[in-house]
Design a protein around this ligand. Structure first.
Ligand SMILES: Nc1ncnc2c1ncn2[C@@H]1O[C@H](COP(=O)(O)OP(=O)(O)OP(=O)(O)O)[C@@H](O)[C@H]1O
Ligand SMILES: [Mg+2]
Length: 217
């Protein structure tokens, strides 16, 4: 489903974040991306989502070479992707419900259906009852769970989560992992980036370990 072919990424300014990286992720696989801060984890996820482009090499998602897609085609592909961003990207001028609704409205769900699904997703991450809360009134961990609800509300076939449990205590972090597992079990491809490998050990899934932009042992 996802293939990196000799991908290098050099950011403007000259820093090389990825060095000739190749790997494949199968459809329906749950996989972890691990490594120290600055290793290139977020860069990998942004390339998969087409948010940034490789400097060299190719990224394929569902047989599409992302570099060859138009903005419209990329937009369509993204409708099937759910993303938990490391920096959240919560809209602070809308309440919890409106934040979670938004992806569905963009896809074209009517208000009633969108609201029903959004409420279910909010319940699933343990924020039931907080639908009308302003995001700034949520704790760091609650904001993180809001991001997870927004990423899964449209039942994406590919779920990408960048440090989804960074601000959570262990019990909630494991809850989030369990939630991702339920998506994996119904066929969703799940990619999770995290520093904390102890979270990954219970799952027995493949781990892509990075060190300074390359695979490490
Ligand atoms: N937009 C950018 N412009 C310039 N350099 C960048 C940019 N984004 C990332 N980098 C650099 O690329 C390297 C890899 O960054 P990346 O965000 O992929 O690391 P990471 O593994 O996700 O780290 P963290 O665990 O801290 O989130 C870092 O050294 C970072 O400073
Ligand atoms: Mg990162």
């Amino acid at each position: 489903m996802i293939r990196f072919e000799s991908v290098s990424k050099i950011y403007p300014g000259g820093f090389q974040a990825l060095k000739n990286v190749s790997f494949t992720i199968e459809k329906g696989e749950m996989i972890f991306v691990a490594g120290h801060s600055g290793a290139g984890k977020s860069t990998i996820l942004k390339l998969v989502a087409g948010i940034t482009k490789p400097t060299r090499g190719k990224v394929f998602v569902n047989q599409n070479d992302l570099g060859a897609l138009s903005d419209n085609e990329l937009g369509y592909l993204r409708q099937h992707i759910g993303i938990v961003f490391q920096d959240h990207k919560i809209l602070f001028d809308r309440n919890v419900l409106e934040n979670v609704l938004l992806p569905l409205r963009i896809i074209g769900y009517d208000r009633k259906n969108a609201e029903r699904r959004a409420r279910m997703a909010i319940e699933k991450v343990g924020l039931g009852g907080r639908e009308n809360a302003e995001p700034q009134s949520l704790s760091g961990g609650e904001q993180q769970r809001l991001c997870v609800a927004r990423a899964v509300v449209h039942q994406p076939s590919l779920l990408i989560a960048d440090e989804p449990s960074a601000n959570l205590d262990r019990a909630y972090a494991l809850d989030i992992m369990e939630l991702f597992k339920t998506f994996h079990e119904v066929g969703t491809t799940v990619i999770v980036a995290a520093h904390d490998e102890t979270l990954m050990q219970n799952y027995g899934h493949r781990i892509l370990r990075f060190q300074e932009g390359r695979f490490s042992a």
